[in-house]
Design a binder for this molecule. Structure first.
Ligand code: GLN
Length: 194
């Protein structure tokens, strides 16, 4: 079985664990540095509050190790706050400069906007196509969007003219929460990257 680490410092990690288990993966939680020493085939970074997770990653001494392993090719799937943490540049608000986020992992060639105006300021559900996956239900909760993808990354889905999913080699991100729906196909696509 594939063994997936789920970052469990904060946020919506339980729902990812349930979905991964449903797909036959073995799951374990990363709560402190020692947990990271276990063998793993992939990592999931859940939704939650990206600034809190970034701070905890640094304080717990997990930041360097996780970042190094992602750069070395560890498959990673980030949803919502997880997407923000993986973005090389983050705009805290639409009228602020995009810059690397303090404590962020910054491994993906994308620029992301948090706390966007409009529909994504609140929560909403819709449906849209994800390249290589098909049309999936999408639940957004105070979601970021990807403002631009650099040459190393590829946009996989858009909603309201904003990019909401992207991939770069071993890294997959969604602004929405597939773990909060019944549709397992995005998680299946992640497991196929392993
Ligand atoms: N607004 C959150 C942040 O900026 C992300 C929301 C989520 O993960 N559901 O980190």
């Amino acid at each position: 079985n594939k063994r997936i680490a789920v970052l469990a410092l904060q946020g919506a990690f339980i729902e990812h664990e349930k979905m991964l288990q449903r797909l036959g993966a073995d799951v374990f939680e990363i709560r402190e540095k020692a947990d990271w020493q276990q063998p793993k085939d992939g990592l999931v970074i859940p939704g939650g509050e990206s600034t809190v997770m970034a701070k905890l990653l640094v304080e717990l001494g997990l930041h360097e190790e996780i970042r190094n392993d992602i750069v070395a090719g560890l498959p990673v799937f980030g949803t919502c706050a997880g997407l923000i943490l993986l973005s090389e540049y983050v705009r805290q608000h639409e009228d602020e400069e995009a810059e690397p986020m303090a404590g962020g992992l910054s491994t993906m060639d994308i620029t992301t906007c948090r706390n966007a105006y409009g529909r994504q300021l609140g929560s909403f559900a819709t449906e849209s196509d994800v390249e290589g996956v098909g049309k999936v239900p999408m639940t957004f909760i105070r979601a970021p969007y990807i403002e631009s993808v650099g040459p190393k990354a590829e946009a996989l889905a858009s909603v309201d003219g904003h990019i909401v999913a992207a991939r770069q080699d071993n890294q997959l991100v969604t602004a929405f929460h597939p773990e909060l729906t019944d549709d397992t196909r995005v998680h299946e696509a992640f497991l196929r990257m392993i």
